[in-house]
Design a protein around this ligand. Structure first.
Ligand code: SF4
Ligand code: SF4
Length: 67
């Protein structure tokens, strides 16, 4: 499959709730040491589920070529 145009990026303000990791169909999100979430752009398919789920609203979808 061709790489998606967009990938999720976690911004400042993540409270490490883990909701994004739970909904990600590609297991692309890890919550580091209970501090913040990090997205692996190699796994992310840009579906946007994590961004829609995040209660803090800190996940944005960014163009891969701007990462
Ligand atoms: S955009 Fe989709 S695939 Fe990418 S990290 Fe979020 S839920 Fe996972
Ligand atoms: S859902 Fe939002 S606040 Fe919760 S771990 Fe993911 S990025 Fe952080």
């Amino acid at each position: 499959m061709a790489a998606s145009k967009n990938a999720a990026v976690v911004g400042n303000g993540c409270v490490a709730c883990g909701a994004c990791a739970k909904v990600c169909p590609k297991k692309a999100v890890r919550v580091l040491r209970g501090v913040r979430a990090v997205v692996d752009p190699e796994r992310c398919v840009g579906c946007g589920k994590c961004a829609r789920t995040c209660p803090a609203g800190v996940i944005v979808m960014a163009r891969r070529d701007s990462l």
